[in-house]
Structure formats: C-alpha cells, structure tokens
Design a protein around this ligand. Structure first.
Ligand SMILES: [Zn+2]
Length: 307
C-alpha cells in the first residue's frame, strides 16, 4: 500500500514514515517525507554545498535540530567540488558531473553517522546545462543497477527561460527516465528573480515573476500521468541570490490559488507539491503562508552565496 497524504497526517513524527532512516533517503521514503512535511506545515530546507566542510555543517545542524535536511549541488558548485583546475567544457561539463557525483557519494558515506534522514539533490539546471543532468542520471542508473535506488534523491530542471510547452515537454522526457528509479523531479515554471550561480534574472519582466493557476496546472497535467513524484517551483515573486530588496512583492498566497484551481480540476485536496526558492530572509508570515499552501521544500541561501 502506498503511503498517502492521509497516512502522512496521522504520522506524528517524520520517523513514522515507513522506511525512514538515518542517511540518504530516496524513492517512496523521500516522497513520504515530503508528504509528511506538507501534511504538517513545514518545509525541508535545502542548502547549496560546495565542499565536504559545508556539507558537514549542514549535517551537523540537521543533527542538532533532529530534522530531515537536503544537501544540494548547483552546477557551478559541483565543478568547484571536483576542483577548479579541471576542464569543464561547454556541452560536456565533465567536472560538474564528477563533482556532483563525488558530493553525493560523500553524503551517502557520512550521513548515516549524523542520525537524520538526508536528501541529496541537484539545483537549477538550465537547458544549456543538460549534459550535467544527463551525467548525473547516468550515475543514478549505474547506482540503481547495483543498489536498487538512484544515487541522488532528486534533481531540479529549470527550463523557465524556455516557453512553457518546451519546458514541460523536456520535463516529461526526463521524468520518464527518472520514474523507474523513483527519483524525484523538481521543475520551475515562471522565473525566480535575482541572480544565482551566474544566472541573472534581475531584468525579468514582472509578469514572469508570478505564475498563473493555469500555467501551474498544465505542469500537473503533463507530469502526473508519468509519475506523481515531482515538485513545482512556481513563481510568486520569490527572489534569491543577489538582488535589490523591495523590487518585487512576495505573494505566497498565490500558491493557495494554484492549489484551489488544481483541486477543482482533479477533485484531490491540495494536489500540488511546491518549492519555495529564496526563503532566506523572508518575513515569517510569508513563509507561514507558503507552508500552509503546500510548500514542502525550501531552497535556502547556502554557503556558496555567502562569499
Ligand atoms: Zn533557486
């Protein structure tokens, strides 16, 4: 019997999610933890890590708070993990692939000792970075053959710069490849403002910074028949990285509108799983509204952005 949102509501602690364990979680267990977070109104924080010491600090904080956490690698962060002197040619991105895989293997080795469940995730992957994504999926497939689960818990595709139809079509293609391994896909629709990992969205038009219920539902319609294991980074004026404060207005209540629209179409209560990018520094009432509307993963500013 699959773990349902009803089961998640009844589970007092995340430790009650079937199969929950210390160390890296994937598949049904990882999805069960996201369901638990959504059912109980909290988010699992994700931190960009670039080194074993930044990974350790996140694991240490997770242990101190007894909470599941996500360690994630950006494409640039992955290349840094492998070593700055390695070649990382456009269209190949061999150092970024090596660094992400090495980071995931490090997390897998040490995470059980910290006594908390840990997701290993990869962050924003734009169209030009797809070779990095392919390389990580190859590593997942190789790991799956031996261990029956992917190396990573989840990956993010960010094709928000493309038109929606192409964005969804590429996500469908990759979700088909990820579904047999029960690897979770995060996708982005609409644009997260600001600058991160060298991608500058400060000039994005204001309407792109807010998704519509119809846009978001199209993602659900396109992906849900392939696998239910996907999350949506919808745009509600959220911004991360380097930006000028006050440029856009954060409207997390939009997530409630997206859920209500999807609920009307499907008859399922709050069927969408959202990701809140750029949660760091947001006011508490904005975070609470996002959580009440089904944000199950929160992408926080990691150590990478401190320097
Ligand atoms: Zn982000």
């Amino acid at each position: 019997m699959p773990f349902t949102m009803e089961d998640a509501k009844k589970a007092a602690s995340f430790w009650d999610v079937p199969g929950c364990k210390a160390g890296v979680v994937t598949g049904e267990v990882a999805w069960g933890l996201l369901q638990h977070a959504k059912a109980h109104g909290y988010a699992i924080p994700a931190f960009n890590c670039t080194s074993t010491s930044t990974i350790n600090s996140v694991l240490e904080a997770g242990k101190a708070l007894n909470r599941p956490i996500m360690i994630q690698f950006s494409e640039g962060g992955s290349a840094f993990m492998a070593g700055k002197s390695l070649p990382n040619e456009k269209g190949v991105l061999q150092a970024s692939i090596l660094g992400a895989v090495a980071g995931a293997q490090f997390v897998r080795t040490v995470a059980p000792a910290y006594g908390i469940p840990v997701f290993v995730h990869s962050d924003h992957c734009a169209k030009k970075l797809l070779p990095w994504f392919d390389g990580m999926l190859e590593a997942d497939e190789g790991y799956f053959k031996v261990h029956g689960e992917p190396l990573f818990s989840s990956h993010m595709l960010d094709l928000s710069e493309e038109v929606d139809e192409e964005n969804i079509a590429i996500c469908q293609k990759y979700l088909k490849r990820m579904a047999p391994m029960k690897c979770i896909l995060e996708m982005e629709i609409g644009i997260t403002g600001g600058v991160e990992d060298g991608v500058d969205n400060t000039g994005a038009s204001k309407d792109k910074l807010y998704s519509t219920p119809e846009d978001v539902f199209k993602v659900y319609e396109g992906l849900n028949p392939i696998s239910p294991m996907f999350t949506i980074a919808a745009a509600f004026g959220n911004v991360h990285g380097v930006y000028k404060a006050g440029n856009v207005v954060l409207r997390p209540e939009l997530l409630g509108e997206f859920q209500a629209y999807a609920e009307k179409q499907t008859g399922v209560s709050k069927p969408l799983f959202f990701v809140f990018h750029g949660g760091s520094g947001s006011e508490k009432h904005h975070i609470t509204t996002a959580l009440n509307n089904g944000a199950a993963r929160q992408h926080l500013v990691g150590a990478k952005e401190m320097g």
